[in-house]
Structure formats: C-alpha cells, structure tokens
Design a binder for this molecule. Structure first.
Ligand SMILES: CC(=O)N[C@H]1[C@@H](OP(=O)(O)O)O[C@H](CO)[C@@H](O)[C@@H]1O
Ligand SMILES: [Mg+2]
Length: 564
C-alpha cells in the first residue's frame, strides 16, 4: 500500500496533472509485480524470452500494454506465455495482433519501453504510449491469454491477467494451448467467426474435417503410409495432438512419443534439437524408413525425418516442406485452371538447392526476407498465394482474400469438368486445413500428411526431389554484436569495414559455396552460415568465416576452433 501511494505521488509530481482513474489500480497492482531495478530486457525476434524468474513484472506490464493495444485497435489482442524451444527454466511471451499476426514493430518498441521503465516511472511510460497513440481510455478492451506447459507458465499468465484487469480490460484465459491455437482464437474472434469458431474444439473440428475431406479419395495411400511417428518435445503440442487424435478417424495413425509424461520439455528432443543437431530426438522409437516428425515446445514449428536401412539420418526441414507444398499447390492451380500468382518466401538460411529447385525447375517466384517469421509473413502477403517457411520448420501458407474467393467460386461451380472440380475442392480444403495466422506444427503436419497421401508419395520420394547442399551453422561470441550491420535480407554485411570483403574472398576458395554473417536477434552472438559442395568444405568455410568475424568484429572468449 505504501509503495503504491509513493508511486502515485512520484507520478503526480512528475506530470503535474490529474491522474487517470485507472492508474490507481495499476499502481496498486504493479507493486505486487515489481521490476528488479536495473534489469533491461528487449522484445526480440519472437517476443521476450529469458529465465522465468525475471519475468513476472514483464507479464504484468504486457497485460497493461495489450489492454491499450486492444483499446487502440478496438479488437481482441492475444498474449501467449511461452519460451518455445528454450529450456524448461526459461519462459517468455508473444503478443498477437487482431488478425492473429504478430504485433507491429511500433508496438514492439512500446513493449520494450514499458518493460524497462523503472518501477517509479511506470505510470509515466504508460501515459506516454496513451498520448502518442491518442488512445481513448473509455474504449472497451479484450485480451485472450494462453500458456504452454512450463511449470512457471501458470503464475506468469496470472500476472498477465492481473495487468489486464488493473487497466479495466476484459480477459479470456484459454489455459493450455499451442501458440498457433491462440493466434487462431484471436483471428476467429476478430473476424466474427468467419475464420472459424474461437474455441479449441472449433479449431480441431475445422482442421480435422478439412483433412478428412482432403484424404477421402486418396486411393494411392496404403495403410502403412497412414502411420506417422510424432515427437511432441514433451510440450503442449503433444497434449493437443492427443486431444485431437480421435477426430482424425482412421486416416492417420499417430504414434506419439515425448508426450510430457516422463521427459523434460525440449530436452534432447523437439524440432529445434533435431534441426540443429541433425540427428533424431531421444525418447522415440524409429524404425528404418518410417516417417517421423518433431514439434517444438510451443508447436509452431515442425520438421520431418527418417533413417534409411543403413541407419543414415535424413532431415526434411522447412525448405523441403515449402517445396512439397509448392509442388502440390502449383499442380492444383494448373488442373483447376486458376491464374493465381504464387511465391515462396525464404530466408538467407534456405538451402541453395531448394532455391534453385523452386526457381529453375518449379518456376515459382522466390523472395528472400530477413530472419524471423514476422518478416516472412509480411512478404508472403504480397502475393495471391504466399508459401513461407524458415529452414527450421516455422511457416505456413497465406491466401489473399481474392484468391480464396476464386477458389470458393470454382468449388461451387457445377458446370466445370471433373478434373477442375476435383482440383478446386482440394484447394478449398487445403485453405481450410491451413492455419494462416502463423506457422502451426499441427496444421502443417495435417497438410503434409494429406499431400503425401493424395500423391501416394513416400518420405524417401519427397526427400529425393532435390538434394541439400552440405551446410554448417556456427556461432561466434563478440563483445557487441550490434557492430555487425547487414543489408540485402541479411546476406551481406555492411559493417564492420572489411568483413564482407573477407567473406567474399573466402567463399571463392570453394565450389558451389555461399556464406553470410548476421547478428542473432534472440541470442547474444553472431551466426555464421556456410554451404558448399561437400560437408568438409562447408565446415572449413564456416570455420574460416568465423575466424574473420572473430578478428574483424571484436571476438571474445577464444578463437573459434575448427570442427575436425
Ligand atoms: C537461424 C535461425 O534458426 N534463427 C532463428 C532464431 O533467430 P535468430 O535471430 O537467428 O536468433 O530464432 C527465431 C525465433 O524463434 C527464428 O525465427 C529464427 O529462424
Ligand atoms: Mg516455437
């Protein structure tokens, strides 16, 4: 109580103006969610993310911020409490804008400002946002809140709810949901249910019905091919897949491992582990040749893989997923006789072979965007159909309103021939099985499974569409990673002086080689990527480039070591 009176007094004298009635409750509640003095956190590539112990005040404040965002947009806003593929001890939060997309850059900036305001400056920071955005404080506010399975998520999501109620907003607590499910709920709510019903049951119903419609005439699909092994990363995706499984009827037989009953979240399992380590997760039973996939900790990413008869591991990452989906969509567009512009959006991390295949063989438009799905999402919105995937398996497909309408009209047209009709219906159900708000492991999995079933394609055949160029990712610790500035969708470094020239010279030493350097947006380090004709050369090039970064960009902690 004393703390809040003091906070109020500090604010009143600072502003020399009348205090907003809602601020009384904010100052009272904020003293229950105090900020550790001096702690500075940044809204990064995918929201706030750090050790859960440092996050209580952030959660409360993001409850306040989303209430303002809701008043400003006159729409429901979402808050997802999760740290995705990070270890169990961490937590974090992602903010969801009205159409289910990620929050805009300006509001990411406000999130950082509000998160870092010292306790006594909180009301002033709040007032600044209200003034800058000319927010009508009497406007109603609604916030949807969801959480993942971390032990810290329950109390942290309560802190978000406290923040919303402190500013007089209404909230709906969805409890345990995947990140993409929460995005979906927000979009449904703000489209008056045109996108679907804003309930978890509604989500299952929409996706499962579309999947069953897609696969019902897949005569090429044998019972063996209906089997899929899933690694749930011991997280929320496993729980949700269990809830949904029965509705998939006999069309998909799932063996679920790492369902959270024994193992630790993301520990030696999950999509990030499999992609980075290029090896299978622990905790699953993998028979040779069998199709397997891994979700990440909040089920917004997916990668596929299998082991061949010699035990060799084969990874089918986001690039392979984007390729499979593009082939399928392009065939259907041709069969349906629909003239829609389709593009694939990748990042600089996309394997060069995938880009070559898409451009030269499949002949689709390919765009390269900055890392982080919010950038890919925006780039994909510029086309009738935008397929976007990061190599790590985070992505989805966007259909413009006009494209959806054309598909719908054709599917309802009774005077077209059977081939066009079939293609139009498949396209219509493809639109319905996809969660267009954000990358979604469950929805992506259903789409991939449907495509393989319809085409009667095995994972080995999918894998053989093109061969990945050997590649290597390395991390270099530097004293200040902001020293490295990039351009051209992060493919070229413009500072420090001489770094790009050094990379260019090194790349010339190897055949079919490519390399680039960029500061990470989620970790305090610089990432180096290299690909070349052989694994040995990709490793050597990555090492050479890491040394150049170390020397030219203020490396710390000892020179990077060669891999062999
Ligand atoms: C090379 C890589 O995988 N980078 C990841 C990683 O971003 P960095 O900015 O590279 O740290 O985390 C992002 C958020 O999850 C994800 O979108 C991105 O793809
Ligand atoms: Mg994730």
């Amino acid at each position: 109580m004393v703390a809040y009176v003091l906070l109020h007094a500090a604010y009143a004298s600072h502003r020399k103006q009348t205090i907003m009635p809602q601020f009384k409750e904010v100052s009272k509640q904020s003293s229950l969610h105090p900020k550790p003095a001096g702690l500075v956190l940044q809204y990064g590539t995918a929201g706030f993310r750090t050790n859960a112990k440092q996050l209580d005040h952030i959660m409360f404040r993001m409850g306040l911020l989303t209430t303002l965002r809701s008043k400003k947009t006159k729409a429901t806003i979402g808050v997802m409490v999760t740290a995705s593929h990070n270890p169990e001890e961490d937590n974090g939060l992602k903010l969801v804008d009205p159409m289910g997309e990620m929050v805009t850059p300006t509001w990411e900036g406000y999130a950082t400002q509000l998160a870092n305001a010292e306790q006594e400056d909180l009301l002033a920071a709040l007032q600044d946002i209200i003034e800058k955005e000319a927010i009508n404080m009497s406007q109603e506010a609604n916030v949807f809140v969801g959480k993942d399975t971390r032990s810290s998520s329950a109390s942290l999501s309560q802190a978000v709810l406290d923040g919303v109620s402190a500013l007089g907003g209404h909230s709906k607590d969805y409890g345990l949901v995947t990140t993409p499910q929460l995005h979906y709920m927000v979009c449904c709510q703000n489209t008056q249910c045109k996108y679907g019903e804003a309930t978890v049951e509604g989500y299952y119903k929409k996706l499962c019905q579309a999947f069953i419609q897609l696969t019902k005439n897949a005569s090429n699909c044998t019972d063996d091919q209906k089997h899929l092994t899933v690694d749930g990363a011991n997280g929320i995706g496993a729980l949700k897949l269990r809830e949904m499984e029965s509705q998939l009827k006999k069309e998909l037989h799932i063996s679920l491992f790492n369902d959270g009953s024994k193992g630790k979240l993301n520990h030696q399992c999950g999509a990030d582990f499999v992609k980075v380590q290029q090896k299978p997760p622990t905790g699953i039973k993998m028979n040779p040749g069998e199709r397997c996939c891994s979700f990440d900790g909040d089920a917004d990413r997916i990668v596929y893989y299998y082991a061949d008869s010699e035990g060799q591991f084969h990874l089918l990452d986001g690039d392979k997923i984007a390729t499979l989906i593009s082939i399928f969509l392009k065939e259907l567009l041709t069969q349906a006789g629909l003239d829609l512009e389709m593009a694939v959006v990748q990042t600089a991390y996309a394997n060069g072979s995938s880009t070559n295949y898409l451009e030269d063989t499949l002949k689709v438009i390919v765009r390269c965007s900055k890392t982080g799905v919010k950038h890919l999402h925006r780039a994909a919105q510029e086309f009738d159909i935008g397929v976007y995937f990061e190599s790590n398996g985070h992505g989805t497909v966007l259909f413009s309103k006009a494209a959806e309408e054309k598909i719908q009209q054709l599917a309802e047209n009774s005077s077209i021939n059977d081939e066009r009709k079939r293609a139009a219906l498949l396209l219509q159900n493809t639109v319905n099985v996809i969660n267009q708000t954000v990358g979604d492991a469950i929805s992506d999995m259903l789409l991939i499974e449907a495509i393989l079933a319809i085409k009667g394609m095995t994972i080995q055949q999918w894998d053989a569409i093109y061969s990945d160029l050997p590649n290597r990712q390395l991390k270099v610790k530097v004293s200040d990673r902001r020293m490295i500035d990039t351009t051209d969708a992060e493919r070229r470094a413009v500072s420090p002086a001489g770094l790009q020239e050094a990379v260019n010279t090194l790349v010339k030493n190897y055949r079919e080689a490519r390399s680039f350097v960029r500061p990470s947006g989620t970790e305090d380090l610089v990432r180096v990527y290299a690909e070349a004709e052989t694994q040995e050369n990709a490793d050597a090039l990555a090492h050479d480039v890491s040394l150049a970064v170390y020397r030219l960009a203020g490396g710390v902690g000892g020179e990077p070591k060669p891999l062999h």
